[in-house]
Design a protein around this ligand. Structure first.
Ligand SMILES: NC(=O)C1=CN([C@@H]2O[C@H](COP(=O)(O)OP(=O)(O)OC[C@H]3O[C@@H](n4cnc5c(N)ncnc54)[C@H](O)[C@@H]3O)[C@@H](O)[C@H]2O)C=CC1
Ligand SMILES: O=C(O)[C@H]1O[C@H](OP(=O)(O)OP(=O)(O)OC[C@H]2O[C@@H](n3ccc(=O)[nH]c3=O)[C@H](O)[C@@H]2O)[C@H](O)[C@@H](O)[C@@H]1O
Length: 437
């Protein structure tokens, strides 16, 4: 294997995980971030995000001399032959993608292009971005022939990012130049993943299409769950039966309070916008987004309704703040919207999360109706109901006999369908879940 000198620009989830994994498979990786405090922490192997297994991998690769961190972008570019861009591409209010971080990184790196550089866009970007980035480099005076730009979207999930990287379903390489494409494929060879070579526009679109399709599966199963509630069927069984058909597949059919996180919400909106910009009304995707928003509202309404029917209790333990288990990421977390809806209705919230508590209290600030609890039993004690918003193992494995004793009434509302209805009923709970009543 040819050992490459790689710079990864941006040390969010994607940059940090992919830089570390490139080092692990034998390349020389330097990870760059403009956030100096982040770099200081990373140099001590102090990982700013919660991602199982990442710290050990960062530490061992730093010790082996294959991974280092810097805030000096141009210095890193000079020392490297392949540059991966993994900066954020957040949504703007109208759904369009904010490419300002990417543009600024390109314009900054231009000054350090002292010889041929193979530049790879790993950030999720709209169709045409790779072509546009060529224009940014030319405007900065980088000569033709000194670079190629390749699109190589990332498909890892937070919480299982390392596993996903080492067991990728596919590596998509969108390039105009065949040699450049083959070099990026060779770089990934130790991962032994199937490689799909495409043009750049198709690679850019594959990323949005994949996220939009997965989001559509979730909104579909959530609507089925809402129907199940009305007809008395069980969504868990319906999903199981559907998933046994290999053409449908069993993944991403978990009904609940809908998707959150840094990607599905932003990427579905971006894809809708990309279609709008070419005068296409992407009707399914519009509904996917709408259903997802409604699912959170429905759940908050259900909590209030259950509290009222149970005698008007006013305090609820909300278990799980991160948008999914095994991450401390709060970006577009359903729990935060649900807490807001509850407090707007005057309900007191006793919030628990095994890893995201500190981030959440900093993010939400002081609120007279919200308290934060590091101990799950403390969160539950004296509350009128327990609500599950993230299916953390630490929540699923609670002693529910003890929870039943600590709650002022035995009301358990599970937004992730992660508990067994019969077992909860046996403990005397009124157990409410999504699409299983
Ligand atoms: N978070 C995830 O699980 C996945 C994210 N993606 C995509 O990857 C991209 C990055 O996402 P995250 O890692 O979540 O981003 P993030 O927003 O967590 O981190 C981005 C990092 O880039 C740094 N940065 C911004 N401008 C810079 C510059 N000019 N020079 C150096 N550093 C700079 C920021 O300081 C920040 O640390 C996005 O396009 C996202 O859609 C794709 C797959 C998975
Ligand atoms: O582009 C991205 O950033 C990434 O977005 C998602 O990964 P991630 O957001 O980390 O997490 P997922 O496991 O996909 O979950 C997303 C949301 O959907 C919800 N979900 C997931 C599956 C399901 O069946 N039901 C469901 O409600 C989760 O609770 C979570 O809120 C994709 O799965 C990754 O392939 C992609 O790379």
């Amino acid at each position: 294997m040819r050992r490459e000198n790689i710079a990864v620009i941006g040390t969010g989830y994607v940059g940090l995980v992919s830089g570390t994994c490139f080092a692990e498979i034998g390349h020389q990786a330097i990870a760059v971030d403009r956030d100096q405090s982040k770099i200081e922490r990373l140099r001590q192997a102090d990982i700013p995000i919660y991602e199982p297994g990442l710290e050990a991998l960062v530490r061992s690769n730093m010790e082996a001399g294959r991974l280092s961190f810097t805030s000096e972008l141009q210095e890193a570019v000079r020392r490297s032959d392949i540059l991966f861009l993994a900066v954020g591409t957040p949504s703007m209010p109208g759904g369009e993608v904010d490419l300002s971080y990417l543009e600024s990184a390109f314009r900054q790196l231009a000054a350090a292009v002292d010889r041929y550089k193979l530049i790879v866009i790993k950030s999720t970007v709209p169709v045409g971005t790779a072509a546009m980035a060529e224009g940014w480099l030319r405007e900065e005076g980088v000569e033709e022939g000194r670079f190629d730009i390749v699109s190589n979207p990332e498909f890892l999930r937070e919480g299982s990012a390392i596993h996903d990287t080492f067991h990728s379903d596919r590596i998509v390489i969108g390039a105009e130049d065949q040699q450049a494409a083959e070099r990026i494929a060779a770089l990934h060879a130790p991962l032994q993943a199937p490689v799909l070579f495409t043009d750049r526009a198709s690679a850019e679109l594959i990323k949005y299409a994949s996220n939009a399709f997965l989001a559509a599966k979730i909104s579909f199963i959530n609507e089925m769950a809402n129907v199940c509630e009305k007809v008395g069927a069980d969504i868990a069984l319906v999903a199981q039966g559907m998933g046994m058909d290999k053409r449908i597949g069993s993944h991403f059919l978990q009904a609940g309070i809908g998707y959150g996180g840094s990607c599905f919400p932003k990427d579905t909106k971006a894809q809708l916008r990309i279609a709008e910009d070419v005068d296409y009304d992407f009707k399914i995707l519009r509904s996917v987004i709408e259903v997802n928003a409604l699912q959170r509202e429905r759940f908050a309404d259900r909590i209030i309704q259950e509290l009222t029917e149970a005698g008007g209790g006013k305090a609820v333990a909300v278990m799980g703040l991160a948008f999914k288990p095994n991450t401390d990421d709060l970006r577009d977390a359903p729990a935060l919207d649900i807490i807001e809806a509850l407090t707007t209705s005057g309900v007191q919230v006793r919030a628990y999360d095994p890893v995201a508590l500190e981030k959440a209290s900093a993010h939400m600030g002081r609120h007279e109706l919200v308290t934060f609890h590091a101990d799950p039993y403390e969160a539950v004690a004296g509350a009128d109901a327990m609500v599950i918003t993230t299916e953390w193992e630490a929540v699923k494995s609670l002693d529910f006999g003890e929870v039943a004793r600590l709650l002022s009434q035995r009301l358990l509302i599970d937004g992730r369908n992660c508990l067994e209805p019969a077992a909860m009923a046996e403990l005397g709970f009124r157990y409410v879940s999504v699409g299983r009543a």
